[in-house]
Design a protein around this ligand. Structure first.
Ligand code: GRF
Length: 201
């Protein structure tokens, strides 16, 4: 059975697009049943609309705060029939309300570093690449891992890809190289879980 997935986003949505494209090109046997955003004006929502995927924003301010907004988000994910949740640039820590409503649906996250390096609070977006450059690293990478209640950028690593740091890199250049790797490993990780769910169903 084709794996139904929900994707949680907050911004640009290039990882969401990588999944949309892989599914359209039949490189990935999955179906995106719902896109949930923490922000109303996230460009990722436009990508979902263009692809005909149901989507909705759950901004905390308009939904009774983060916990209530994320509980609503989880309820919508369950109602849409998702069997996997992909955090693809989702910029908030998931609250207890989210995990309680989600039940036992697995959650995975994409992070722009070789976890456990450069993970945790504050390590988001270009900050990660700035820290990598400041430390003089010669390589970095991207990681897809399982996400669990109460854990940030931790959980079993599913796929990891190394990416070189080049002498002329600034954070933007490094970000572009890592992002290309993210798109590949996210599709790979979802593909593996989809294959596993097909065997088990
Ligand atoms: C990616 O670098 C991802 O690893 C991080 O946030 C960024 C999201 O990018 N969690 P996009 O919205 O998928 O383009």
């Amino acid at each position: 059975m084709t794996l139904p997935i929900a994707v949680c986003v907050s911004g640009r949505g290039s990882n969401l697009q990588a999944l949309i494209d892989a599914i359209a090109e039949r490189r990935l046997d999955a179906r995106i049943v719902f896109v949930a955003s923490s922000k109303k004006n996230a460009p990722a929502l436009d990508r979902a609309i263009a692809a005909g995927i149901p989507c909705r924003a759950f901004p905390p301010a308009a939904n009774g705060g983060r916990d209530a907004a994320q509980a609503l988000m989880a309820a919508a994910i369950v109602a849409e029939g998702a069997e996997l949740v992909v955090l693809a640039g989702y910029d908030r820590i998931l609250s207890d309300g989210f995990w309680e409503r989600l039940g036992d649906i697995p959650v995975i996250n994409i992070h722009p570093s070789l976890l456990p390096l450069y993970g945790g609070l504050g390590m988001m977006g270009l900050k990660v690449h700035e820290a990598v450059l400041a430390a003089g690293e010669r390589e970095t990478g991207a990681t897809v891992h399982r996400a669990h209640r109460g854990m940030l950028d931790a959980g079993e690593i599913l796929v990891q890809r190394r990416v070189p740091v080049l002498p002329a890199d600034d954070a933007e250049a490094l970000n572009a190289r890592v992002l290309a790797a993210e798109h590949e490993i996210l599709v790979e990780a979802v593909g593996r879980l989809a294959a596993r769910s097909a065997v088990c169903s």
